[in-house]
Design a protein around this ligand. Structure first.
Ligand SMILES: [Zn+2]
Length: 448
């Protein structure tokens, strides 16, 4: 039996990927692409974010159908705020991410379920669980909880705040483990256990892009930790080569190996006005909004009624749930310089640059800078978990006081477009497809 491994290199911007490839800096990926189905533009879903993206890859459907409508959302019925943006609101969301994700929130089958029915033993080194063997993506061994992950995330957070984007020497000493290497180790363990299909998450490319910008090239290598997007992506190239060769050695056969990205990443501008906390923005207009809290928690703490709940992804996209004063909320959103599009879910109306038009007209109005906007918005808003309004950030902005240099989540080209390479012995070029199509393409080669 063949082996098929799907590797998600997180948040790789397609233009930067192509640039490094042309410079010959990704030699193994280049080699791999020779016997591959190569997708030049692999389009993310909406929001172009990690949780919604990984779930879309594993289920082959858009977020509105699998239920993970973003990094976070608000459950209107229970008043619960559900958050997976583990870096921003520790530690609760790690608990969500490691224990609840597939069990509670996914509403459809994953590829693991499909393959189990066909008698294939599967593994996950990914945020989406539900395989026969679920490994941690952050420490060697099976997924067992949040202790180490919490520690690692704390160090990252600490490093970012201390050094204004640069990692301090002290932090480097405490960061001995590279996530890509851990992912490769766990993959090898899974193959040795007899698993023949799995999804593996390489997350450092996304971190490096957020911290240093997707357009930051030529760092100092990964002596301790990456200091450019280029370093992180070159490390993907090296680690994929290692993984590939080990799998050949263990199984005696060349595996089907897919490498794709869950979403892109776009560069942000510097300055306070480009990094906005929407809760603060709303309060300037005398509207009470909150995020990362359950409704009763907010009301008990603040002793006031909320007008809106905000759930950000990327963070260049946000669900806005209106609890009161809906018209005022909409007027505020329309007046904000940072907002690119507002989608009114029930009405299926899109507001953009002072105009309002029907969702069906969105591709015509927005054009190629927002690839497949209609299909992606339509594939999100079928879910009742979505906000009453969904907003995207204009180029250069993010909905977080985070001072990142890169971010994603919106419909914009750089946020949305990545690549996919499926090494399967075939030689074929596909101009574009969605990330939801990649596992279908893999399974076609895997189970003829
Ligand atoms: Zn991601």
């Amino acid at each position: 039996m063949k082996t098929a491994i799907v590797i998600i290199a997180d948040g790789v911007n397609q233009k930067s990927f192509e640039k490094l490839r042309k410079l010959g800096k990704l030699p193994f990926i280049d080699e791999l692409s020779k016997d591959s189905i190569e997708v030049k533009k692999c389009i993310s879903v909406f929001p172009s974010a990690t949780v919604s993206g990984h779930a879309s890859i594993a289920t082959c459907v858009h977020p509105g159908y699998h239920g993970l409508v973003g990094q976070s959302w608000f459950d209107r019925k229970s008043g619960e705020f559900i958050g997976y943006d583990f870096e921003l609101t520790l530690p609760d969301n790690w608990i969500d991410a490691s224990t609840k994700l597939s069990d509670e929130h996914l509403t459809v089958k994953t590829c693991y379920d499909t393959l189990r029915e066909k008698g294939v033993k599967t593994f996950s080194v990914d945020i989406i669980k539900g395989a026969d063997y679920n490994f941690s993506f952050i420490k060697p061994g099976l997924d067992k909880g949040i202790g180490f992950a919490r520690f690692l995330m704390f160090l990252r957070k600490f490093a970012k705040h201390k050094g204004g984007g640069k990692f301090s020497k002290l932090t480097k000493m405490f960061l001995p483990v590279f996530q890509h290497e851990v992912a490769v180790k766990n993959t090898i363990k899974a193959i040795k256990l007899g698993c023949r299909f799995g999804i593996v998450w390489f997350m450092e490319t996304d971190f490096a892009s957020h911290l240093f910008s997707p357009e930051k090239f030529e760092g100092n290598g990964k002596q301790y930790v990456y200091d450019s997007f280029e370093d992180a992506l070159r490390d993907v190239d090296e680690e994929v080569e290692k993984l590939y060769n080990r799998v050949v050695k263990i199984t005696g056969k060349e595996p089907i190996l897919a490498l794709l990205t869950d979403h892109g990443q776009s560069a942000l501008k510097s300055g306070d006005k480009y990094h906005l906390d929407l809760v603060d923005v709303f309060s300037e207009y005398n509207l009470n909004a909150f995020k990362n809290l359950d409704l009763d928690e907010y009301e008990n703490r603040m002793k006031k009624k909320a007008d809106a709940v905000i759930a950000v992804s990327g963070p260049r996209m946000a669900h806005i749930y209106t609890l009161r004063n809906r018209e005022e909320v909409l007027e505020v959103l329309k007046s904000l310089e940072c907002v690119d599009q507002i989608i009114a879910r029930e009405e299926r109306i899109v507001y953009h640059e002072g105009e309002a038009f029907r969702l069906e007209e969105v591709d015509e109005v927005l054009g190629g800078e927002y690839p497949h906007a209609f299909e992606r918005i339509d594939g999100l808003i079928v879910s009742e978990r979505c906000g009453d309004f969904i907003i995207t950030a204009k180029k250069g902005y993010e909905f977080e006081k985070a001072y990142y240099k890169g971010a994603h989540g919106s419909l914009l080209y750089d946020d949305s477009v990545g690549f996919a390479i499926i090494r399967c012995g075939k030689n074929l070029e596909i101009e574009e497809c969605f990330i939801t199509d990649v596992i279908k393409l893999v399974l076609r080669e895997f189970i003829p």
